[in-house]
Design a protein around this ligand. Structure first.
Ligand code: PEP
Ligand code: MN
Length: 282
């Protein structure tokens, strides 16, 4: 049976509540996470952009420069890819992390990448933000391990998980002492099959009310189609998200992973000022 989240995270006292850290009843004001001079949460708006996966050193260093010039604050790039099929590109692994860190050194942009196993923590020592992917949202050993670090954690909602489960996963991380958790709505599975996933816009609005943690949206995995990224970004901003995780590629048609949902740098440059304008109006 599901809990009444507003009661548990806002109305009840911490003693009575099933949640101890993630709710507004633990901390009324928004949490602002600082990483390499970038602020995430509160009134800040943070754009995380970059390719689904790091494909080569040249690709990620070049794209990182463009992502920075476009006005984004964080560079994304997967090195370990939890692909549905074992026969598809699995990411560059250790090398991918090295190239991502090279791109960070060249551009100064902090980087985020998906960690799949606690044994990879040492390898991620120069990665600024640890991403927990949708498929690992309830990998409790991994949640506890990242909870013992002091790095910000970008926690993506599992595509079959409720918000209650997402917030309990955040509690797993926070219970270990790490309160730097960023929540990410990335679309869920519904009966609708026209899109890769169904973007849960209400989740953004509800999470903003229930939790003090930063809430961002991923329009790329939510839609699975580059043409839908811009309108969904606007909707997410209107719903109150504090940042966006956008897959970006120089040549989406030749991307090794998720090219169909990647937008180009030109499209990104066109989109960001519109989102700024929207935020000003709101
Ligand atoms: C990703 O961000 O590249 C990714 C794999 O996303 P998700 O875990 O949301 O599927
Ligand atoms: Mn992807």
């Amino acid at each position: 049976m599901s809990l009444n989240l507003r009661d548990e995270l806002v109305n009840k006292s911490i003693e009575e509540s099933k949640f101890k850290y993630a709710g507004r009843n633990f901390k009324e004001e928004d949490t602002v996470i600082e990483v390499a001079g970038v602020k995430i949460g509160g009134d800040n708006f943070t754009v995380f952009a970059g390719p689904c996966s790091v494909e080569s050193k040249d690709q990620i260093v070049d794209l990182a420069g463009k992502v920075r010039l476009a006005g984004c604050q964080v560079l994304r790039g997967g090195a370990f890819k939890p692909r549905t099929s074992p026969h598809t590109f699995q990411g560059l692994g250790d090398k991918g992390i090295r190239y991502l860190v090279d791109a960070k050194e060249v551009t100064g942009l902090p980087v985020v990448s998906e960690i799949m196993d606690p044994s990879q923590l040492e390898l991620f020592k120069d990665v600024d933000i640890l991403q927990i992917g949708a498929k690992n949202m309830q990998n409790f050993a991994l949640l506890k391990a990242v909870g013992k670090t002091n790095k910000p954690v970008l926690l993506k909602r599992g595509f079959s998980n409720t918000l209650e489960e997402l917030l309990f996963s955040a509690e797993y991380i926070m219970s270990e002492g790490n309160h730097k958790v960023i929540l990410c709505e990335r679309g869920i599975r519904t009966f609708e099959t026209s899109m890769r996933n169904t973007f849960d816009i209400t989740a953004i609005a509800l999470l903003r009310q229930l939790t003090h943690l930063p809430v961002i949206a991923d329009p790329s995995h939510s839609t699975g189609e580059s043409k839908l990224v811009s309108p969904v970004c606007k909707a997410a901003v209107a719903a109150g998200c504090q940042g966006l995780l956008i897959e970006t590629h120089d040549e989406p048609q030749s991307a090794l992973c998720d090219g169909f949902q990647a937008i180009t740098i030109e499209e990104l440059k066109e989109l960001l000022p519109k989102l700024e304008e929207l935020r000003r109006i709101l």
